[in-house]
Design a protein around this ligand. Sequence first.
Ligand code: SAH
Length: 274
Amino acid sequence: MKKKDLLKTLKEYNFNPGKYLGQNFLIDENLLKFIVKTANPSENENILEIGPGFGALTRLLIESNANVTAIEYDRRVCDYLTKNISNSNFKLVEGDACRVNLDEIMGKTPFRSIANLPYSASTPFLGRVLEMNNPPKEMVFMLQKEMGMRISSSMGTKNYGSLSIRAQMLYDIKLVRKVPPQVFYPPPKVDSAILHFKLKDKQFDRNELTAINKVVRLAFAQRRKKMITAVSQHYDKDLILSALKDINKDENIRAERLSVAEFAHFALKISNKE
Ligand code: SAH
């Protein structure tokens, strides 16, 4: 969407973009094209978009003849979309993307998710995605750069933490490019980044993931301390020691020194799920 068209629409709807809903609209046509090119949507595939806003990205996705389901929270934005986008391959769900039942909305067929995520909702939304029974096969998300770096960072870097591990348990993740504030109206205060997520071939089942995430959260609650201190308050010490031995780590190891695969083994073993 061009800036002048967006401004016209905002005026017509007497709409003041709200910060708490992360309402920063994309006005850079080149960047929009870049997102679509990266995602490369194909005819008839199912796509989930979060926070379509005034449809800058939505329209391009619809043009590629994909089936687009979009979840939008703001009632006035929903009014606009209902009036202005009436293609049969577009479905609008009015609601909070962090609260609606994503599995129910997307069903059991494979789908991908492509979105310029509202920054205020990206952490809880990603948390919900990671708990889905049928998670997206792939995702292309624009996020706050900081968050993008946390999600995609690997062991040994300062951004590596609970969120990186929980996301990378399911997905191979790449930071595709960084994006400056000027591509949005109004421009946010922070830089952004485009991330590409690809679902891994090997998937853990629901119980395994719940067990792993519990250990990960616990282990990182006191990131500067020995992992064993926090974890041994809730899990059997002998099992912990034997799990550490399996992955060749000593008792003094900190959580941030375990790779995603090592965490999986460690967590499943001490949860008796191995
Ligand atoms: N994708 C559009 C709009 C981005 S602004 C574009 O790129 O131009 C973010 C949009 O997300 C806004 O329309 C805002 O109302 C919506 N939004 C914010 N929080 C949301 C939530 N929890 N669930 C669904 N939509 C949300």
